[in-house]
Design a binder for this molecule. Structure first.
Ligand code: ADP
Ligand code: MG
Length: 240
């Protein structure tokens, strides 16, 4: 589903990604972790073309992200992205947040889009909040709306960038529960997260990044049981 081959990226003279390679099969859940500044966000932004890269290649469902001929907005409409800071449209109701891209990008009718939005809101436990505005919801609720909004586009895979790290502790699980359910339903997911309980529960593999490189890319049991690199070992010792 996702293939990342020898991707390197720099900002001026600063090398942010060096020779990153991995593949994500359909239905796999990949957890990406590593110290702050190691390039995790940059890597997943490269996957849906939010960040350009200078070397290597990335394909998503056979579509080359770096190819100038690729229609990036079309690709992005098929790759769900959930960020740390929800990024809902603050001036729109929850319903409108869930329907606007379905109508504008996918050409669905307003009724069809609203119907789909409502079903997804129900799925994340927020049907009663459809008429509200983002500011009237808690952080955990807003993040569940953001996930529902991404799912409304019928994505072929989902990218998450620290979706729970801006949340109060008591709201983390309500978001992780939605993500676990998605994973168990077979969604292909690449998740930057330090929630190792989530990783242990549903990850197929864990990628550990440090200084712009993929240092480990292992089955979760191997990663947690016996990380190969000293850097991963130190990292795990700090967060577990
Ligand atoms: P992570 O998500 O692992 O914390 P990031 O991918 O956000 O790491 O950033 C990796 C490195 O790239 C950091 O050192 C960051 O300061 C740098 N960086 C990120 N975005 C830019 C940018 N637009 N210009 C210059 N440097 C950047
Ligand atoms: Mg980041």
């Amino acid at each position: 589903m996702i293939s990342i081959d020898n991707v390197s990226k720099h900002y001026g003279s600063f090398q942010v990604l060096t020779d990153c390679s991995t593949t994500v099969q359909k239905g796999e859940v990949i957890v990406v972790c590593g110290p702050s500044g190691s390039g995790k966000s940059t890597l997943i932004k490269c996957v849906n073309g939010l960040e350009p890269f200078q070397a290597g290649s990335i394909t998503v469902d056979g579509i080359s992200v770096g190819d100038p001929k690729t229609n990036l907005s079309k690709l992005r409409s098929r790759v769900g992205m959930v960020f740390q800071h929800f990024e809902l449209f603050p001036h729109m109701s929850i319903t409108d947040n869930l329907t606007i891209a379905q109508v504008k990008v996918l050409g669905r009718s307003k009724e069809e889009a609203a119907d789909k939005g409502l079903k997804l809101l129900e799925r994340v436990g927020l049907k009663a909040h459809a008429h509200k505005f983002p500011g009237q919801l808690s952080g955990g609720q807003q993040q569940r709306v953001a996930i529902a909004r991404a799912l409304a586009m019928d994505p072929i895979c989902m990218l998450f960038d620290e979706p729970t790290s801006a949340l109060d502790p008591e709201m983390i699980n309500e978001v992780l529960d939605v993500m676990v359910e998605l994973a168990q339903e077979g969604m292909t997911m690449m998740c930057v997260t330090h929630e190792m309980g989530f990783a242990k529960k549903v990850a197929s593999r864990v990628i550990f990044m440090d200084k712009g490189q993929i240092v480990e890319d292992d089955a979760k049991d191997a990663f947690f049981g016996n990380p190969r690199s000293e850097r991963a070992r130190q990292f795990l010792a700090k967060i577990l």
